[in-house]
Design a protein around this ligand. Sequence first.
Ligand SMILES: [Zn+2]
Ligand SMILES: [Zn+2]
Length: 613
Amino acid sequence: MVTPAELSMLFDSPDSFEDWIATAGFSEVGERHGCACCSALPALLSEITGETAPLLEAEHWAERGHAPDARVDGLWINAQVFTMDDALRVVDALAVKEGRILAVGKRAELEAEFGDDLTLIDAEGQIIVPGFIEPHMHFLPIATIGRLEDVGPYRFPKTEDAMRHLATLTTSLEDGQWLMGRQFDPALQEGPETLTRWMLDEVSSTHPILIYNASLHFAYCNSMALEVAGIDENTPDDPASPYGRDEKGFPNGVLKGGRAIGSVVKHNAQQRNYDLASAALDVCARANAKGITTFCDQATGMVQGTKEIELYQAMAQSGRMTARLRYSLSYALESQWDDLGIQFGHGSEWARAVGWKIVSDGSNQGFTGLQRAPYLFREDQGLAYVEPDRLNEMVLERTQRGWPLVIHANGDLAIDRVLDAFEATQDAGLELNSPCRIEHCSILHDDQIQRIKALGLSPSFLIGHVYYWGHAMRDQVFGEAKAALLDRTGACEEEGIRWTLHSDEPVTEMGPLRCIENAVTRSLWKEPGNQLAPQEAVSVMAALRAMTIDAAWQCHSDHEIGSLEVGKCADFVVLAQDPRSVPLDQISEIKVLETYVDGRKVYSARPGASDEV
Ligand SMILES: [Zn+2]
Ligand SMILES: [Zn+2]
């Protein structure tokens, strides 16, 4: 996340920020249209993935990853099976055959019926839940940077430890080899507000180093990287994407925006041969380790344009996917999608188009979420990325064309406008392609909750806003009263509105159990013992629903995934403990023992397991 200090380095006033995005500093589908969470990515990532076209063919994918295990035709007994069906039944046995749920129910009955046919598996009291569904992440962006070294706050709370770690890595590099890192987040890591080339020269003066800020709006490089890139005091600045400089005008190693970053990264030849196929399968494997069996990319087309669909299809055909992919097309490529004739539902059980993504404003912690009233200590009210008329027009048109809408709206005024647009479409006599979603839906007033209910909309909350940034939302962004309106899971639950939780990775790391814990505790990472708006806390079962069946429903896939019911895909997770019976603040620590997708074991944490990730 960009810190206020970093923001002020870039923009003197909101006006200049507006100018800056208006100049489309990164690319046409960059800042101007981007999801706030990933807006700087396209230009950066096309630098990195520029030469990966051959990987689009399925046979290239099939050489990557592990060949999946055979399907298990099994009868799990002595389990606590959370079916997440309408009645939220918990039963003790689960039968699976040929990748589908054959039966759920009582051990005695299932054993009598299927015992001869299926391998008996004693779950020894463990918990089986439907595979978790991450309803909002950014798949290719994660794949593209995923293999760079993670030096972020979840791994290194102190920046100095991250630097020390990087220094140890340099010892195994070959001559001239680059060292690249990601996730540096001065807002969450203890240490300097920014990295400079002098700091990174301490890590290495002989290997080029480049570290991305978690927001990807910034990167930082050492002197060797600047030298390799031929950047010095005489290199002119791109006004939309300048180099940080010291008082004498020498580049200080801070790279502000996509073009500045790209001008350095492109000199790393290794990155140009980045194995995107393997990296994409790595994302699946990493998700499996967290118990995720399906995830939904929320802005397809933003990295490689419409080619991304071909890439998804090749990946699906390769037979190597270990997580199912759902995706929403980015509205930034509107005419190109139409030219291709992509319709809602395009694809297969493994990769399918399920939404039309619009980004209506920026982010609250970046002071670009569009607000009814000015931010705390400020006069500005954020930014509309789409003007109301255009928003109304798009919602109407896409509804007519059969698309469910998925609209990013963080600020309360942005949410007002999104609700207006949906109402206008209904008033025009059209029926929404339900469920339509509001993404992040961060600040919600009571009147808006009523309108969401009346329209049959469904919010998805980036619950890490509470946990990781709750203190900053309260003290720096909104003040206490408005911060209490952040991520109102409790109020929505009470109104019978279906809602979900998401990570928005790379904004926060995918972690369904962590999301569940955040929603049931409303705790603050930086203030142990404190909570933000504890009245919005929900029950464990409600949060579990949000990460399973309700997320499946939001991804238009609840006919095949999200609950353990007969005929659905055999996607499930074995947990070491019952999330209802551990202390609430320990839910995120529950061990994922095994993850199954399509009846195949895709992850195992059990000792001696060969397929441990
Ligand atoms: Zn977003
Ligand atoms: Zn997002």
